[in-house]
Ligand binder design. Structure first.
Ligand SMILES: Nc1ncnc2c1ncn2[C@@H]1O[C@H](COP(=O)(O)OP(=O)(O)OP(=O)(O)O)[C@@H](O)[C@H]1O
Length: 830
């Protein structure tokens, strides 16, 4: 009977329904099970019971394990022998030692067993034979892993080794001056690491995010039962702390044990992942040897023979080791920076010269390029250019770190013009439209004498159809693009993906920003659409640990890491005078006005950049300063592209001008001879406070200028001045409760200066100017901020642990910090 007929006769249908149900064919014939459940329900029920049973057993084992560790610790504290010695194999099934126990559990979790993978260092905390009990903070020797908070790094031991290694590596590989920079393959880098990573401290373990750091500090500070490094490991691997902790646990060392169990659980996951990765690598090696099939995969763009991807992932363990090392490098850098400041003579005003001794015509690039470079006034290479070029000409992938304004752009442009090339061979990605235009202009200058090699930009803010026409009428071999617009073209099948099939080189300028969460998805998709057989180069003035880790998305495993900043040197141009004023927020706008006035009076050819947090706020500050008769321009994403380009060009060429800008100008923009950069921290923290206490007017007064979202952004903003080794000045304004940001940049030569005397009239002038402004502008800025703030707080609200974290801090500082983090970083970190 058809369904239509049944539906027409509902009574017939209802009669037939039970019959239909009970005579339903179920695989092995009609069956009934106790309780009237069908075969599948029965099966599922039993599966569920089995799962629950296994979970119970596991829980019991975990408790047993914890109890065993606890009794071991107590025994050690009391100086008694270990109550749970390793079992004698001949004695049959007896109690297991903790290590045995962990191995057994790991085997249980992993189908192939974990015997070979088990690494003693990954196990529960152990004593370091080289340390005495006096060095420990809150733990006995048996519980402390090396590098605890109580074991400061021995610099005398580390530095000469590190330097020696760098010198050896450089002299062997690229004949470079190791004092200035190091070029190391990842393998060499890691080899050096192992000799240097004997000691570490609080800040050295892996990519510890800031909330995790806070968590770690809490654990270390409040409980005293766990060292900060382990707290960080736990924080990182497990998220946040367990809430149901009893005080007795803390006293008895149970705290540590509980965390050990968590740590162990984290390790199991890592071990399991390692197995997958080892297998993949094994497959790959087999493939290289012509053995078992290599796993080759075509990309989503189906690039055919251009794009056979060998599935390859880096073993997690090595990355852990690597980030551990980079943490140490970071630490050593911070600790040495102050010393190097004195030694290198900041007071004397000396900086490492940015130019090297090598000429462009000595390094095997096309004579036509050399000619173009000479025409642009480039005869000697900068240090980063010298360090990068030899590696790049060998065709290696590279991750390059060099200070702002040291010529990274030319470093990746130079070597592309060795020969005439078919389209599109080089793709350069950068975060902003202005930067793309700047790179394209520089590339064109270098291509002056190369006929037939074209450069095109592909950036947002222009008409899609115009782009298409331009690409068709003027095919290029070098493309400079922002990720979003490039992806639009790829996804809209404008023919670009086909033209990218022959790509030979992919460059990421400002790589750390492009690999950050805001861009990463786009970058992943783009990387998926270009051939795997290519050279990739990543450049930035800042390369945090996290970026080294995820650079694997783009780079080959065996890439070179070129660091021209050098161990123990400050990451900012030394000739830039960095100052900080801590003052109540109410005074900040007056302060900005005062600083500008003072600077203008002192330097005839002033050129100032003031950084704000958002487009709206930038617009508002621009209007205010203009109202106060200052020579000012604005630049932010709310302006049309044509306007942005015009202002950017004008500011590049001008003197005696102030640019109020959002972070669109923070990265890579080369505005020559900027004399002063002003940035401050007043974003959501102050605004939030004022919103509750002072209402609308004081809230939006606080929106004026904006904090650098993190240390990296501070460095990049600052880098708009002091370019090419010139002098410059950077002023950071902080509110008293924002001083914590100084911790993030404590290794930089920042001087705290007292609050200058402010003209009482300025306040009046500011208020008058404000009153004159169109209220719609003020409201728009206010609402833009409010939306931003609400989202952040809602987000934080869904994470009650974060609030708990905030409450653990004394007074309002914790809340301020939380608001700060929730205002920006938190969204990225959690
Ligand atoms: N070999 C060279 N000789 C002289 N000047 C150079 C040389 N190479 C680059 N420059 C100049 O140095 C300045 C800074 O270069 P560039 O913009 O490439 O710096 P950058 O390292 O990319 O900075 P950022 O990190 O801010 O992006 C530019 O004005 C450029 O013209």
């Amino acid at each position: 009977m058809s369904l239509a007929i049944l539906l027409e006769r509902p009574r017939t249908f209802s009669k037939l329904l039970p019959a239909l149900i009970f005579t339903r064919h179920m695989g092995g014939g009609p069956r009934t099970f106790p309780g009237g459940v069908n075969k599948w329900q029965w099966k599922r029920m039993h599966e569920k019971r089995a799962r629950e049973k296994e979970k119970r057993l596991l829980e019991q084992e975990k408790q047993l394990y914890q109890a065993r560790i606890r009794s071991q610790i107590r025994a050690k504290l009391a100086g008694k022998p270990d109550p749970s010695p390793s079992p004698d194999p001949s004695a049959g099934p007896g109690p297991m030692s903790p290590t045995e126990h962990i191995k057994a559990l790991a085997n249980r979790f992993m189908k192939d067993g974990a015997e070979d993978l088990w690494n003693e260092d990954d196990g529960p905390l152990k004593s370091s034979p080289t340390r005495g009990p006096n060095e420990l903070s809150g733990l006995t020797g048996s519980n402390v892993r090396r590098g605890s908070i109580g074991s400061p790094i021995d610099l005398r031991k580390l530095i000469p080794e590190g330097r020696e290694n760098a010198r050896l590596t450089n002299s062997n590989d690229h004949s470079m001056n190791a004092r200035n920079y190091s070029v190391q393959s990842r393998r060499q880098f890691r080899r050096n690491e192992s000799s240097e990573s004997e000691d570490d401290d609080d800040s050295d373990y892996g990519p510890v995010t800031k909330p995790t750091k806070l968590f770690a500090k809490n654990l270390a500070g409040n409980r005293g039962g766990i060292n900060s490094k382990n707290a960080k490991i736990l924080g990182r691997r497990r998220g946040f702390c367990r809430e149901d902790r009893s005080p007795s646990d803390d006293e008895s060392g149970g705290d540590f044990e509980g965390e050990s169990a968590k740590y162990f659980a984290g390790n199991l996951t890592l071990l399991r992942r390692s197995v997958d990765q080892e297998e993949e690598l094994e497959d790959e090696n087999e493939g290289k040897r012509g053995g078992r099939g290599v796993r080759k995969v075509g990309s989503s763009a189906s690039l055919g023979r251009y794009d056979m991807k060998v599935t390859k992932r880096v073993p997690l363990r090595s990355l852990e080791e690597e980030s551990e090392f980079s943490g140490q490098v970071e630490l050593i850098r911070r600790q040495l920076s102050k010393r190097s400041l004195v030694e290198n003579g900041r007071e004397k005003g000396q900086d490492e010269p940015i130019l090297s001794q090598k000429r462009f015509d000595e390094c095997g690039i096309s004579p036509l390029t050399v000619k173009a470079l000479s025409a642009a006034g480039y005869l000697l290479m900068t240090r980063v250019q010298e360090a990068t070029l030899s590696v790049c000409l060998e065709g290696k992938d590279a991750l390059v770190k060099a200070k702002t304004g040291t010529g990274k752009t030319a470093a990746f442009l130079e070597q592309q013009y060795r020969s005439r090339v078919p389209p599109i061979q080089v793709l350069i990605l950068c975060p902003t439209r202005e930067l793309a235009s700047q790179i394209a202009a520089e590339a064109n200058a270098m291509l002056k004498y190369h006929e037939g090699i074209g450069v095109q930009t592909l950036v947002g803010g222009t008409r899609f159809k115009d782009d298409q026409k331009r690409l068709e009428s003027d095919p290029c071999q070098i493309m400079v693009a922002t990720p979003g617009r490039l992806l639009d073209h790829i996804e809209n099948r404008s023919g670009l993906s086909v033209r990218l099939m022959g790509l030979k080189m992919l460059v990421l300028d400002e790589a750390d920003l492009l690999l950050d969460l805001g861009f990463r998805k786009d970058i992943e998709k783009i990387v998926d659409c270009v051939p795997r057989q290519r050279q990739s180069l990543l450049f930035s003035a800042t390369i945090p640990k996290e970026v080294r880790r995820i650079s694997q998305l783009v780079l080959k495993r065996e890439h070179a890491f070129i660091d021209t900043v050098g161990l123990g040197c400050v990451e900012t141009p030394i000739k830039v005078k960095q100052s900080c004023i801590v003052a109540s927020h109410e005074l900040h706008f007056q302060l900005v006005h005062h600083l500008l006035k003072e600077h203008i009076s002192q330097s005839a050819d002033y050129k100032v950049i003031v950084f704000c947090t958002t487009g709206m706020v930038t617009a508002l500050l621009f209007l205010l300063l203009r109202e106060m008769k200052m020579n000012v321009r604005e630049m932010h994403s709310r302006k049309p592209q044509l306007y942005r380009t015009r202002i950017s060009d004008e500011f590049r060429e001008s003197k005696r001008l102030i640019l109020v800008t959002s972070d669109v100008s923070a990265r890579g923009m080369n505005y020559p001879d900027v004399t002063l950069v002003i940035q401050n921290m007043s974003q959501s923290t102050y605004s939030a406070k004022q919103l509750f206490t002072g209402g609308f007017n004081s809230a939006f007064m606080a929106l004026m200028i904006g904090l650098p979202s993190d240390r990296e952004q501070y460095i990049h903003r600052l880098g708009r001045t002091g370019r090419e080794g010139k002098d410059g000045e950077c002023m950071l304004l902080l509110a008293p409760w924002e001083e914590f940001f100084l911790d993030e940049i404590k290794d930089l030569p920042l001087e705290k200066v007292p609050l200058p005397h402010l003209d009482p009239d300025t306040k009046l002038k500011v208020e008058e100017s404000l009153a004159k402004l169109d209220s719609s502008v003020k409201e728009a800025a206010y609402h833009a901020w409010l939306g931003y703030y609400n989202t952040s707080v809602k987000f934080a609200g869904t994470k009650p642990l974060l609030w708990k974290l905030a409450n653990q801090y004394s007074g309002s500082i914790g809340l301020q910090k939380l608001l700060h983090y929730s205002g920006g970083q938190l969204l990225k970190w959690v």
